[in-house]
Ligand binder design. Structure first.
Ligand SMILES: [Zn+2]
Ligand SMILES: [Zn+2]
Length: 152
């Protein structure tokens, strides 16, 4: 299998694993939940709700966008999926839970993972000085991806 952007392609999670993930969180297991969760977790991809709907349209024909959103919201709440705001009002969903940051190409809009923790001590200190209780620091890098750079 060819790997995109040099990322390690992850093993396709089995139905049993996904069922266990949902059951262990007290959730009902439905075919559409399984399909959506698998779609997000099988690769390092960052998908919008409509991308998810299109990707699963063969497996779950006729699924509505509100249903996809409701399922994604549930997964975010359960900590199974991360919600990313990447600017321009665009919201993407990420099946990779481990801490990592993101880089977004300003030409094609592709979002890729950047491993490593941000050096955020100065930001945290500054926020705390103004009385802000920091819970999380997300870094979004903007620029041009390799593919767009090669395209000139
Ligand atoms: Zn690009
Ligand atoms: Zn990611």
């Amino acid at each position: 299998m060819t790997e995109a952007h040099g990322h390690t392609t992850r093993r396709d999670p089995s139905r049993a694993e996904l069922t266990h993930l949902l059951r262990s969180r007290g959730q009902r297991v439905t075919p559409q939940r399984i399909v959506i969760l698998r779609e997000l977790r099988r690769e390092r991809r960052h998908l919008g709700a409509d991308d998810v709907r299109q990707a699963i349209s063969d497996a779950v024909p006729g699924i509505s966008l509100p249903t996809v959103y409701a399922t994604l919201d549930l997964f975010v709440e359960l900590g199974l999926v991360r919600r990313l705001h990447v600017g321009g009002g665009v919201t993407l969903y990420d099946g990779r839970i481990e801490p990592h940051q993101h880089a977004r190409c300003r030409i094609c809009g592709e979002v890729q993972d950047v491993d490593g923790a941000p050096d955020d001590a100065a930001l945290r200190a500054e926020a705390q000085r103004s009385g802000f209780a920091v819970e999380q620091v997300d870094v979004l890098l903007s620029g041009v991806c390799q593919r767009c750079r090669n395209a000139g």
